[in-house]
Design a protein around this ligand. Sequence first.
Ligand code: NAI
Length: 328
Amino acid sequence: MKTIAFFDTKPYDRENFDRWNTQYQIRYLPEKLSARTAELARGADAVCAFVNDTLDAPVIAALYQLGIRVVALRCAGFDNVDAAAAQEKIHILRVPAYSPYAVAEHAVGLLLSLNRHIHRAHARTRNFDFRLQDFTGIDLHGKTVGILGTGKIGLLFQKICRGFGMQTIAYDPYPQPAEGLCYLPFDEVLQKSDVLSLHCPLTPATYHLLDAQAFSRIKPGAFLINPSRGGLIDAQALLVALQEGRLRGAGLDVYEGENAFFFEDRSTEPPADATLAQLLSHPRVLMTSHQAFLTEEALQNIAQTTLGNLDAFFAGAPLENEIPDPLS
Ligand code: NAI
């Protein structure tokens, strides 16, 4: 029986993988994968990793040294992988789409809560404070939403926004025609959007896509939604834009330095990241802890596809879900 070293295990991972696994011995590890913890994969035949596990060149080399030839990512994004270092050493497989609905719906949830201050209202009413002061929102109907990245999730998000009666514009280097969607150059999307939503992958080309310069071009009073990857936004520049009142609000499911915090309880420790602490205490910020994917359907698809990817690898079958060749 093949053994999988399963890093950064959470109870919901275990529950779903145990439900669908019939042929692997899974060594569930609470530790995140890093150069320090790679040794925990000793004796395993495969590694299973998630979004905040590190798969840089030293970790790839360490896993290769231990005889690991396949890493099954139980996520879509693979920006945490040094694909060039893995080439011809370790096959990196992923789950390209497990529920784009989950992520698109969470993005809409962030927008609605932020706009109508639902999270703040709940905190008030729980305290028997029933004032409405500072809770005025805007009608989304008739407003313009700009979508950066119109792949699976971006297009679903566009569809939902159209249901609200919003105008939809987008920038994507590879446009895909969709009803009611108008593609414009990047800068024009920044300038025209009342809501700007990020749905592109984190790559060297998209790192800090929204930097100080981009924030200076965003329509004043826009909402910013990011359920994709923290590194798409320069967090310090975002903080400045918020502090200067240039944004109406930011709904974030991801954060550039999330690796050190997300998925763990850090509530009893002093905040170790000043930018994160300032963002979290800002009244116009709503942040969730990389949970956009977290639906029952998505977890089931993640478990089934990840196990299927490993089945294909061990059977010598074609690897449909291998991450793209970095040189292609
Ligand atoms: P996808 O691959 O279907 O679509 C990505 C789109 O981004 C493509 O159309 C691509 O052409 C476009 N793109 C590439 N560079 C761009 C640029 N510079 N500007 C604008 N668009 C650009 O990916 P999918 O499934 O829609 O996922 C989008 C992102 O959502 C993923 O890369 C991942 O980072 C994130 N994600 C977040 C999750 C969460 O739980 N928060 C869960 C799943 C995905």
